[in-house]
Design a protein around this ligand. Structure first.
Ligand code: ZN
Length: 208
């Protein structure tokens, strides 16, 4: 407690000392304000899980099955709803077969979807998936493809005579399409990850 019997000048000094000690130890708001200032001065490193979460959720291109409308959506869903038409839109794939008949004159690969008719839109507007006995058979029966399959290569393939090796090759030609802006951001995130690992290694070495 402050002794009020001390002369006024000393009381002021005591009060100042008391206020200083309170601001250093007690008040939570003051300490978080200091942290905020520190963070602004030197941006805090994001964690590895924050970086990988952003990588997984980078914008992706989706195509609707019938109208081939393009929908760009963030996140990691297999299927999204086209906000314009309410149709389901599926992730876009490309075929990297150098001899793919769907290749454009400029060499750009054909884009296609891996259509899965077991997805459907519920009355409440959310997406659900039908549970069936034989998923692959049912997808095929309804005109879908259980795994990515280039529709252009399919036109020149002889499925009946293909070896397993040839079949595997066609599956490997199919890769997910990545939007140019997502590809650029992915490179930045990879660099951020490397920076984080380097800083973490430096920190560990400094405390040894
Ligand atoms: Zn192809």
């Amino acid at each position: 407690m402050i002794d009020m019997s001390t002369p006024p000048l000393n009381r002021r000094m005591l009060l100042a000392a008391l206020l200083l000690s309170l601001s250093q130890t007690g008040c939570h708001r003051d300490s978080s304000a200091n942290l905020e200032t520190d963070r602004q001065a030197k941006p805090a490193l994001r964690t590895a899980s924050q970086i990988t979460a952003e990588q997984a959720n980078l914008p992706k291109l989706y195509l609707t099955q019938k109208t081939h409308r393009q929908v760009v959506a963030e996140g990691n869903a297999d299927v999204v709803i086209d906000p314009q038409t309410g149709e389901l839109a599926f992730r876009t794939w490309i075929c990297r077969n150098p001899d793919c008949p769907g290749r454009k004159p400029g060499g750009e690969p054909v884009q296609f979807i891996c259509y899965d008719p077991l997805y459907y839109v519920k009355p409440d507007g959310s997406v659900d998936y039908k549970i069936v006995q034989d998923r692959i058979a049912e997808i095929t029966r309804l005109g879908g493809t259980p795994w990515p399959l280039c529709p252009e290569c399919l036109k020149v393939r002889n499925l009946a005579n293909e070896t397993q090796e040839e079949q595997r090759k066609y599956v490997e030609f199919c890769v997910e399409y990545v939007l140019p802006e997502s590809e650029r951001r992915m490179k930045e995130l990879e660099a951020e990850y490397v920076h984080l690992i380097t800083k973490e290694r430096e920190r560990r070495e400094s405390v040894k």
